[in-house]
Design a protein around this ligand. Sequence first.
Ligand code: TEU
Ligand code: CA
Length: 566
Amino acid sequence: MSDKWWHSAVVYQIYPRSFADSNGDGIGDLRGIIEHLDHLEDLGVDVVWLSPIYASPHDDNGYDISDYQAIDPLFGTFDDFDELLAGLHARGMKLVMDLVVNHTSDEHPWFVESASSTQNPKRDWYWWRSPRAGIAPGAHGAEPNNWGSFFSGSAWKLDPASGEYYLHLFSPKQPDLNWENPEVRDAVYAMMNWWLDRGVDGFRMDVINFISKVPSLPDVEVVPGHLFGDGYPYFGQGPRIHEFLHEMHDRVFAGREDRYLTVGEMPGVTVEDAQLFTDQDRAELDMVFQFEHVDLDHGPGGKWDHRDASVLDLKRSFGKWQKGLAAAGWNSLYWNNHDQPRVVSRFGDDGAARHQSATALATVLHLQRGTPYIYQGEELGMTNVPFQGISDFRDIETLNHYSEAVDVLGASPAQVLAALRRTSRDNARTPVQWSTDANAGFTTATPWIQANPNYTEINAAAQRDDPSSVLAYYRALIDLRHREPAISEGSFEMVLPEHPQIFAYTRTLGDRSLLVLVNLTGEPAEYGLPDAAEWVDARLVLTNLPGAPAIGEGHLAPWQALVISR
Ligand code: TEU
Ligand code: CA
């Protein structure tokens, strides 16, 4: 495996709407990011992944794009964009844009033309189908197939003018592009090249494993009690997915690939698929976001049906992906993003042991083999939010789930709200907590979504100069990755695989080894190393609990992380 620059890089995800508001409209913007570049440089991250800033009706907070080559005025202008890009590059940081090309907005001119008539030359740029035979258009069951949308309801919307339906795996305002059509692919590649020619450094590709569908769009099994089924077998890793991604690589990145980072967001992808997607010899993608570890606490009923995930569950999942992509391919490493609840509330302890558990979880993730991603506010130990009622939420997925569960399926509002508080994407979307100023220093206006009330304790200003802060610990982890080739290039070996509390592994490169030992529980943990003699002269590299028991004593305090080297 040749050393790629992103092996030692750390990526920071910015969800611009919630990062920093510079013009007092309550919504984050590009100038707000420019005003906080020092925070990113001080943290030491190498790449910024910027969630969509393009023209959008904001039905799904910008993941519904109406012009791929325009900056939405909410976020600013191209002058602001160029200043941000120059500011990042001047600080030695790169900018990766969010590529959302499984679907557009229904207000994109491509869709407006496509929907204007069944004869329009762009009709076949989207998935239009006639109603199911014998059922009146608009009646339940008339949809061309029985797939459900990720945002509740059918994956089809009827266009009364033409009497045909169009496919939307997400919101009705996010019609799926038809990648079978070479004109669609040509237009996407041209747009990607336009952004690369502007100087951006790669793309995070939204649900890119959905772009190849089985063209016959077959029906699926519908679970009793549900109105629609899961079409994933026919749109997840479809028949032409590798062909399309290889073609994209050829048409956009070939000849200059070492400059760029490409990461494909792939819900449901298996490690076997990821081996194919990320094998550099196949010239498809550099890495993927897999979802196995963030689906571990989903019960049989899906994300809103909680089950407790154990430390062993987490170890087995991460261990499988480390092993699966060891020889070829590459892992992305993440706990958080704009779709996931905050990890310290999810797999840690956001109460008394918030600091310890946040830093323990960060240690487990950052020292694995792969490229770590930090989501805005994670470096501060930001937590889930004590949302009171449904009016506190903003996310379309959350609001649609509430109305379907309560209004259609008759579920108890209190039960559904409890599930939303635990799992809603809005937990990740409240303002970054900069200071104890009003609204966490995010805005001088009323923010588009409330700030977490705990900003008075958890904020960047309180941590910036505190060497014992979560922020300082993240800086140390990033610095270690930059300094230690055994972390960026070394092999990974799980240690104590069956220990129910301790997530432990070694990283080895040549005669250099590091041992990472993390107690991922709130109880003390005892352990015995199989090769203890080899670590007797080990040197302490990093710990999240200075003064706690050091290596060789066979026990770890609650949430204690130890990194030692020999
Ligand atoms: O997310 C796709 C995806 O996997 C999410 O629908 C995720 O499964 C869900 O939120 C968790 O239940 C991408 C973007 O990250 C997300 O913000 C968009 O809403 C979605 O695609 C559509 O663009
Ligand atoms: Ca603003």
